[in-house]
Structures are given as C-alpha cells and as structure tokens.
Design a protein around this ligand. Structure first.
Ligand SMILES: *Cc1c(COP(=O)(O)O)cnc(C)c1O
Length: 458
C-alpha cells in the first residue's frame, strides 16, 4: 500500500515513510492510495483474537514491515491492556458498549498510541535514527503519549502542561513516570500558552531539524490504522449482525474516520453516528455542509472541546471525490475566512453519517440514567455518544456505542451526575504517594528550548 497527501503534493510513500512524515509536507494529511475491500475475508477472520485481527487488518495497509515483525509490534502494543479481549463488549439494555479504556492510561488513545510508539521505535532502530517528541496537553492526553514511548532508547518526550490547571490525577499519571527519556514541563500559563510555545519551537526549522522534533498527534496515519481494528472486532463480538449503527463521541474526527474506513472496507455498518458535545462544528457540518469555526466552550467532556478537527481533511478528500485541488481550495478558504462549504447535493456523500450533539445537562442525565437502570457507570465522553446514539439510531438495528475513557478519570463530572459517588480505579489509586518528577518553567520559548537543548537526543 502506498500513501498520498490529501492535497496532492506527496504520493507513492510506503507505510514507514508515511508514519515518519506525520503531517504531509504540503500541509495535507496522508491517506492510502486505495481502500482495500476485505468482504471475502470476513468469514476466515471470525475466530481471530483482537491481536490476530489487528495483524490481518494492518497487513492490508502495510507492505514494508514483515508480518513476523508486525506480529511482535502488535502483541507488544496490547500486552499492557488489563482485559484479555483488549476491547470488551458490554450489553447495556437495548444497546452495546465497546470499552476502549483498558490500556495503561484508561483512555482509548492508548489503543493507537501504544502501537505508534512501538512503530516509531522499530523504524528508528532500523534507520539508526532518533526522535524528540514535543507535545502540549491540557491534561487528558499527555499521559497516553508518555506511556507510548517511556523507556525507549531512541526517543525522548517533552510534554508541556499548564501548571496547576490539570487535575491531580492527570498530573500524577504524567509525572510519576520516572523513565529517563520522559520530561514533564509544568508551564506557568494556560494551555493556549503551551500550544503557542510548541508552535513557535516547531517553526524554528534548524532547531527542529537538529533535534528531529516530532509529534504524536492524531494526524499520524498509524493512529487511524490502529483504530480501524476495534470496529471489526466489535462486529464479531456482536455475533456478526447483518448491519449495525455505531455511535462515536467525536473531537478530532480520528476515531470516527477509522469507522468510516472500516465501512468502506466492507464492514456492514449502516450509519456512523457522529456525537459531539456543545462544540458542534462537525454536527453542524453534516447537517448543512457548512464548516464554520466557532468559539470553544469548556464542557464536561474536555477531550472533545475542539472546534477544528485535525482529521477532518481526510474525510473531505473522499467527500470531494478524491480531488486534491478541491480539498486544498476548501481548506484554504476555511483558513482565510473561518468558514467553507461543501455541496452535499452534487457529491451526495453524507449517506454514511448521522450527527448530533448533547449538552452537559443531557450528558450528566445520561450518566445518571444508565447508573440507575443498569448499575453501570459511563464516563462523560461515552455519555455524549450514548445520548446522541439513542436519539438517532435506526429502529430494530443493533446499536454499538464506543466508550472512550474510564469514569474514574472524570470524577468531577461523575460527582455532579450522581452526588456522593466517587468513581475509582486501582491503577489510579496506586499513583498516590509515588515519587514524581517535573520541571517548572515560565511561558518562555528561550527557556523551553534551552531545556530541550540540554536533554534532547542529538
Ligand atoms: C480523544 C478523545 C475523544 C475524541 O476522539 P477523536 O478521535 O479526537 O474524535 C473522545 N473521548 C476521549 C476520552 C478522548 O480522549
């Protein structure tokens, strides 16, 4: 399989080069030249474990890593998950929930990042290369990035977070990782300050080159690829229904885009239900074709407090019938004016999707109802998906909802939904009292660069 940019400036890349490039050099996103049709393989995969399924699906998209090596990479990536099925399916009343949070940081990002970290290490070993990963987090995703590369000899990671503004558990998940290649930096400032520091540092091209600065953000193709797997796995666990709807709590459009690819590969998904919180730019787009930036609201599902979705351009490529010119035009228009429009009538492309949003009140009510009716606690992100999924589902068709985080990570929201209840998880409790390591810095580019200069691989 070869990869090309959604904007047409790059093509013919192998999987390894696509992973190392991350964002395409022309500013677009890397996508496969073709989407493999796997319908005639579905029966032969039916007794596969999660790992075997991952290897079979990934092998459709990777032809420059031998299958024996891919097998080791996949096995290692899911060895730290605390459930033998990796992503178990749970029946809840008249729908099913797929638990994606059994990885080391209890959030679904682990599924893709554990794999990406291993692939990076594998390729760098081969090239005798090195990488310094630089990222910013408002709290929720930094730990998944850290866990993906901790202890690797050819990768160092520097994570900036707003000092004092992440929850104590989030901070502990990051700062109790004491591996020598992990550097947590508490910045005296906001999350926006952290992001703008990173942007400035990445824009210093000689510095970026010298330190081989990289990112593990959600535009990396390997992350999308790893997420395709559990859509198939869930279908087998559901007993291979003729068709089913899937509801996906959505922020950067990475998760649901993987579902879209699964559908195009031949998995019989009837509708992909895109669920957002009050930050509903994507839900509005699928209703009107208008992609318009708005203000970012802070919600009870913070991992989805996003207005501009970094993976959306991949979908746009298919929605615009593979026209790189039209993708470039759309994105340029959006960048200039904060709004762009797609005419669904001529491309007729929205059939795969339904979309809706749920505000905080509805989210908390869903958490409470499910707890009362099923004695099961969902986190606020899953609750958004469950609310919208049940509102938009097709009658008499099975509904699968994706559960993206363990509720213990979002104690505040759970407490609001069900006063007096404090969710817990043993792996979070085990962090209490552990030694921590972090640096504190001002929101000062020179200071952060000097630190990377001192501790970065070169
Ligand atoms: C990242 C994240 C999401 C959103 O996934 P996207 O791929 O960005 O759409 C949903 N829930 C949780 C808990 C997340 O961390």
């Amino acid at each position: 399989m070869k990869y090309r940019s959604s904007r047409g400036g790059v093509s013919g890349l192998g999987f390894r080069d696509a992973v190392m490039m991350g964002l395409a050099t022309d500013g677009g996103l890397l996508i496969p030249h073709d989407i493999p049709d796997v319908r005639d393989k579905l029966v032969s995969w039916s007794s596969h474990s999660f790992q075997e399924l991952a290897i079979s699906i990934m092998a459709e998209y990777i032809d420059d890593i031998p299958v024996e090596d891919l097998t080791l990479l996949v096995t290692d990536s899911y060895a730290r998950f605390n459930h033998e099925k990796v992503t178990p399916l749970v029946p809840l009343g008249d729908f099913h929930l797929l638990e994606l949070f059994h990885g080391p940081t209890l959030a679904f990002k682990d599924i893709a990042l554990q794999f990406l970290g291993n692939v990076f290490e594998y390729i760098l070993d081969d090239q005798k290369g090195y990488l310094n990963i630089l990222g910013a987090t408002s709290g929720d995703t930094g730990s998944a990035a850290i866990e993906s590369v901790r202890g690797k000899s050819n990768i160092n990671i520097f994570i900036l977070f707003p000092e004092g503004r992440t929850s104590p558990v989030q901070e502990a998940q990051m700062t109790t990782v004491l591996d020598a290649n992990v550097f947590n930096i508490g910045v005296d400032g906001s999350f926006d300050d952290c992001q703008s520091l990173i942007k400035t540092i990445f824009s210093d091209l000689p510095f970026k080159q010298e330190y081989q600065l990289g990112a593990v953000n959600s535009v990396n193709w390997a992350r999308v690829l790893a997420q395709i797997v559990y859509y198939f796995f869930a279908w087998y666990e559901l007993g291979r229904p003729e068709t089913f709807d899937v509801s996906v709590p959505t922020g950067n459009f990475g998760d649901i885009f993987a579902g879209y690819l699964a559908k195009r590969m031949g998995l019989p998904i009837r509708k992909l239900i895109l669920a957002t919180n009050r930050n509903d730019i994507l839900a509005r787009f699928f209703h009107t074709g208008v992609y318009q930036r708005g203000e970012v609201y802070i919600s009870e599902s913070p991992a989805m407090d996003i207005q501009v979705s970094s993976n959306f351009e991949r979908y746009l490529y298919y929605a615009l019938d593979g026209s790189c010119e039209k993708v470039s035009e759309f994105m340029a228009g959006f960048l200039d004016e904060g709004v762009a429009r797609l005419d669904f009538n001529t491309s007729g492309f929205d059939e795969s999707f339904l979309a809706g949003s749920a505000d905080d009140e509805e989210t908390l009510k869903t958490i409470r109802n499910i707890y009362e009716e099923e004695n099961y606690l969902v986190d606020p992100h899953a609750a958004v998906g469950i609310s919208v999924g049940n509102r938009l589902r097709t009658p008499d068709v099975p509904l699968l909802c994706l559960s993206t985080a363990h509720p213990a990570k979002f104690e505040g929201a759970i407490n609001k939904a069900i006063p007096g209840l404090t969710p817990s998880h043993e792996s979070l409790e085990a962090l209490a009292g552990l030694p921590m390591r972090k640096e504190k810095m001002g929101a000062d580019v020179a200071q952060v660069k000097a630190f990377i200069g001192q501790h970065g691989l070169r």
